[in-house]
Design a binder for this molecule. Structure first.
Ligand code: ZN
Length: 103
């Protein structure tokens, strides 16, 4: 019993230090999405005479974020110049600035 509660406290302390929580200013949703353009390579497993193609499992290349948005209402994160944020470190800045008191 004692061990378990200690473990809980440790986890909370680490999470509090390492993680920031996104809260959408529009709808208060907490899921943020990185919208990225990626290459997908999809093997074609069959070429049918009627023009239909059968596909295998796609493989995705590394993407670059095009923008970050709320997963619920698609609110797009903007920097101080009103430009879409495309940089992970700017997401950190944005969350620090805009999600205070969200805990
Ligand atoms: Zn939202």
């Amino acid at each position: 019993m004692q061990q378990e509660s200690r473990k809980g406290i440790w986890t909370l302390a680490v999470r509090g230090k390492m993680e920031l929580k996104f809260i959408c200013p529009e709808c208060k949703h907490s899921q943020i999405t990185s919208v990225e353009r990626v290459w997908a390579e999809i093997p074609i497993t069959a070429i049918r005479k009627d023009g239909d193609l059968d596909y295998g499992e796609p493989a995705f290349g590394n993407g670059q974020p095009e923008w970050f948005e709320c997963a619920n209402c698609h609110y797009v994160l903007k920097d101080e110049n009103g430009e879409n944020i495309t940089d992970n470190s700017k997401v950190v800045e944005w969350v620090k600035k805009n999600c205070k008191g969200s805990k």
